[in-house]
Design a protein around this ligand. Sequence first.
Ligand SMILES: Cc1cc2nc3c(=O)[nH]c(=O)nc-3n(C[C@H](O)[C@H](O)[C@H](O)COP(=O)(O)O)c2cc1C
Length: 155
Amino acid sequence: MARLLVVHHTPSPTTQSMLESVLEGAHNDEIEGVEVVVRAALTASSPDLLRADAVVLGTPANIGYMSGALKKFFDETYYPCMADTAGLPYALYVHGNSDTTGAVRAVESIAKGMSWTQHRPPVTVTGELTAADREALWELGAVTALAALGDSVTP
Ligand SMILES: Cc1cc2nc3c(=O)[nH]c(=O)nc-3n(C[C@H](O)[C@H](O)[C@H](O)COP(=O)(O)O)c2cc1C
């Protein structure tokens, strides 16, 4: 069984809706053979990451950066997991009230340092979620679950 790890910081109803859309996509009936493991960023660990075949990261933008919770996840996993997760497919979603640029840049920089492969552009949302945002998040979950199986889907 392939494993998709979803590491998220979800402090509000809007970010909860984003997470749910991602999980609906990851769990959709057309994908078989993928276990979806969901971890709050404050509890996600190196063993979770080492067992993953693909990762979805979700965070709010906080003071122009990723959340402290997601940063803690990277602080704890960066060196222990760097060698064994090189090439890991990952995808990212970010919510902010005005500007998600710094948060995206921060996550992409760390993921690049770990030699992960972003197989899909990040989904970023400012303010209220639209139907199109929910669809993009659903697709992000679905294609990253497929990536865990080793299937590549063109963005
Ligand atoms: C301490 C703090 C810092 C924040 N900094 C930013 C920021 O730099 N950019 C931004 O777009 N939103 C920022 N926000 C807003 C959060 O991203 C937003 O509250 C979160 O995505 C949840 O959205 P919601 O409250 O509309 O559900 C900040 C929120 C907090 C609490």
